[in-house]
Design a protein around this ligand. Structure first.
Ligand SMILES: Cc1ncc(C[n+]2csc(CCOP(=O)(O)OP(=O)(O)O)c2C)c(N)n1
Ligand SMILES: [Mg+2]
Length: 537
């Protein structure tokens, strides 16, 4: 019948209804049937490599607080995107990742570009992977993908769509559904946790990424102040969830079993909210909890509740849990908690290059606008960042959730795109190691094309500095491949169309940073930086 609506028409209507009108992609012949006659009310954000495409969508979703849509090229494109997919999965980012597939008519004989075992490739880093059994099922598969991605724990899903599906007649209009993205914790169990908090003599609180992600920053502060307990940030956070300049804030937990246990010693109850127990990294053996310490965990992720080696868990949204707990706990706001000096006051470092990381971070702390979010992937200078640029506002600290580098540069670009989409004007600051800068470097081209307000500060220490600290910890001398000579980062950045400058003093860094804030587009500032031995305990 002439004029019959196609799978293409109905799917675009559905995407419109779901607010998914921005597509992050890199196209190929297997995707062009989806992208055909791309509607005017949709935006296509081109990334030049799929690692960037996916992490830009991740940043976009974190800025907007909603899901994001990705379209990559069959198996090869999906393969390139995998590292970024792991970070999105670990960070609970609702992404609907789609890839084209060869024509159904000939896929059995494995033509060029056929995505073989298409649903296996993204596993285990998606919540659901599916190629519709029939072309007519494509719209409903999108609806299911949306519902699965959004519900807690949120995360990426994958759809493979044969290229000949789009022109097929649709069954009818798509069914639009809504789902909840919060789950309330079991009240009875929460009461039992509150009783334990009320009985505790020396409780300690740990806030993790779920708190900031679900909009519970303020609720967390109220709860901590009422309990009157010291607060730690969870180790290796991808989001910071508590003001790091608050009088109750004591610092970030260490990243080893033994290190965490030392901090928890003497506390009878540890309350972990919105975090894994714990995100350990180097193996330094020890007890998971000191003698006499109990632990309770609140998380929306059954996987994390299951993986905790110790303690009692309740499943639920951190905001709903904190709001309920606030009414259940006794007021101990007058309990004495020693304050910890997190921030340094003055520096005594050489003014000539290479600059010490302390000098770089302290200079940044004098010029970074208070409302600028920080995206950071400077692996050996995390302690200096905490010292000089503590996070004091919600939704303003972002780092990879997976430990894979190459996330920060494209995520910063995605956050700037998300800010623009929701009408927020602020400059995104991305502090990136010279090694980390290379992995998804082409994302800066997208930033330049969209004239995004991003300042990249690249710390050029000419090495994978953190890995040299690991070599000491792991007693592995003589590891090759840890030096990075001969990288002209400013030229690379200029080649992608960015403003780019080399600076060799803190004054120039501050001046160029301030200039960058006024620029119409991204700037890459390259700072020669001294290698920094990192404390990994
Ligand atoms: C995708 C990926 N490949 C390799 C690694 C291993 N790795 C961890 S940190 C690091 C070096 C980072 O170097 P740089 O960004 O220069 O920071 P620096 O340690 O010098 O501060 C590498 C290669 C990783 N985490 N992710
Ligand atoms: Mg480096």
């Amino acid at each position: 019948m002439a004029g019959k609506r196609t799978v293409h028409d109905v799917t675009y209507d559905l995407l419109r209804s779901l607010g998914l009108t921005t597509v992050f992609g890199n196209p190929g012949s297997t995707e062009q049937t989806f992208l055909k006659n791309f509607p005017d009310d949709f935006t296509y954000v081109l990334g030049l490599q799929e690692a960037s495409v996916l992490a830009m969508a991740d940043g976009f979703a974190q800025s907007t607080g909603g899901p994001a849509l990705v379209n990559v090229h069959t198996s090869a494109g999906m393969g390139n995107a995998m590292g970024s997919l792991v970070a999105a999965y670990k960070g609970n980012i609702p992404l609907i990742v789609t890839a084209g597939q060869q024509t159904r008519e000939m896929v059995l004989c494995e033509p060029y570009l056929a995505n073989r075992d298409e649903n296996l490739l993204p596993l285990p880093w998606v919540k659901w992977a599916y190629q519709p059994a029939r072309a007519e099922d494509v719209p409903a598969a999108f609806m299911r993908a949306y519902a699965v991605a959004l519900q807690p724990p949120a995360g990426p899903v994958f759809l493979s769509i044969p290229l000949d599906d789009w022109e097929k007649p649709a069954l009818g209009p798509a069914v639009v559904r809504t789902v909840s993205h919060r789950v309330s914790p079991d009240t009875e169990r929460l009461h039992s946790f509150a009783d334990r908090i009320n009985r505790a003599q020396r409780p300690l609180l740990v806030f993790g990424p779920e708190v900031d992600r679900c909009g519970a920053w303020e609720a967390g502060v109220l709860f901590a102040e009422k309990v009157g307990a010291p607060v730690y940030g969870s180790p290796l956070p991808d989001r910071v969830s508590f003001p790091e300049n608050h009088r109750l804030y004591q610092g970030q937990l260490p990243m080893t079993i033994a290190g965490v246990t030392e901090v928890l010693r003497g506390h009878d109850l540890v309350v972990v909210i919105g975090a894994q127990v714990f995100r350990y990294y180097p193996y330094v053996a020890g007890e998971y909890l000191p003698e006499g310490t109990e632990l309770v965990q609140i998380t929306a992720d059954p996987g994390l509740a299951g993986a905790a080696p110790v303690g009692d868990s309740v499943l639920g949204d951190a905001l709903l849990a904190l709001e309920q707990l606030l009414g259940m706990v006794d007021d101990h706001s007058d309990r004495l908690v020693p304050t910890v000096q997190v921030r340094s006051t003055r520096g005594d470092w050489a003014a000539s290059p290479p600059l010490s990381p302390d000098a770089v971070w302290s200079a940044l702390s004098t010029v970074k606008p208070a409302d600028s979010p920080l995206v950071t992937e400077s692996t050996s200078t995390m302690a200096q960042q905490l010292r000089w640029l503590p996070t004091t506002r919600p939704a303003s600290f972002f780092a990879t959730a997976s430990g894979g580098i190459g996330w920060g540069v494209p995520a910063a670009v995605g956050i700037a795109l998300g800010d623009r989409a929701r009408g927020v004007k602020r400059t995104v600051v991305a502090t990136i190691g010279d090694g980390s800068f290379q992995y998804s470097v082409q994302a800066i081209w997208t930033a330049a094309q969209h004239r995004l307000p991003v300042v990249f500060v690249v710390m050029r220490n000419e090495e994978y500095s953190i890995l040299k600290s690991f070599a000491v910890l792991e007693k592995t001398p003589g590891v090759p491949g840890l030096d990075l000579p001969g990288l002209d980062i400013a030229s690379i950045a200029a080649g992608f169309g960015c403003r780019a400058v080399n600076v060799d003093s803190t004054e120039k860094l501050a001046r160029e940073f301030t200039n960058a804030l006024d620029a119409d587009g991204p700037t890459v500032i390259v700072v020669p930086t001294k290698p920094q031995p990192a404390h990994l305990g």
